[in-house]
Design a protein around this ligand. Structure first.
Ligand code: FES
Ligand code: FES
Length: 170
């Protein structure tokens, strides 16, 4: 199948690549860019393990083609910590609240939670649960995840996720 050129920003770095039209965004991120922090749990838009941000809003990257991200800005779990390695407040909150066990759902949970916190700076429990309904965890029972999201949102104060790296062409 003929490849199509795409140009996009991922975690603050510009990329120009050729991809097959059928390549999913999550496949492009993991297999072409090596960003394996974004996970695949189902490939059918159910689990949320593949959640990333597209132009600052959370999306499931198994649900869109890489060519659809052409010209856009993607942020993955690998792009939210500060350049000096300081964790994003939502990452720190998940750590402090013991909001993970196996960790498979965690990158997607955190990306979804940052978007949630940007929309709802002080979310109540019902708001958190409603906004995480597309992210499944097989381990934790969600109690600590809810606590972490509330703590992370408070710490964020509604601020957008910082870009972690300088823009450049890879
Ligand atoms: S891998 Fe995308 S929602 Fe499950
Ligand atoms: S911590 Fe294991 S799936 Fe959520």
């Amino acid at each position: 199948m003929a490849k199509k050129p795409i140009s996009l920003t991922v975690d603050g770095v510009r990329y120009a690549d050729d991809v097959e039209p059928r390549t999913l965004l999550v496949q492009y991120l993991r297999e072409q860019l090596g960003k394996t922090g974004t996970l695949v749990g189902c490939d059918t838009t159910n689990c949320g393990a593949c959640t990333v941000h597209l132009d600052g809003r959370s999306i499931k990257s198994c649900t869109m083609f890489a060519v659809q991200a052409d010209g856009h800005e993607v942020t993955t779990i690998e792009g939210i910590a500060a350049a000096d390695g300081t964790l994003h407040p939502m990452q720190q909150a998940f750590h402090e609240c013991h909001a993970l066990q196996c960790g498979f759902c965690t990158p997607g949970m955190i990306m979804q939670s940052i978007d949630l916190a940007n929309e709802h700076p002080e979310p109540d429990e019902a708001t958190v649960r409603e906004n995480l309904e597309g992210n499944l965890c097989r381990c934790t029972g969600y109690q600590n995840i809810v606590k972490a999201v509330q703590a992370g949102a408070k710490e964020m104060g509604g601020a957008a996720a910082p870009a972690s790296t300088e823009a450049g062409v890879a």
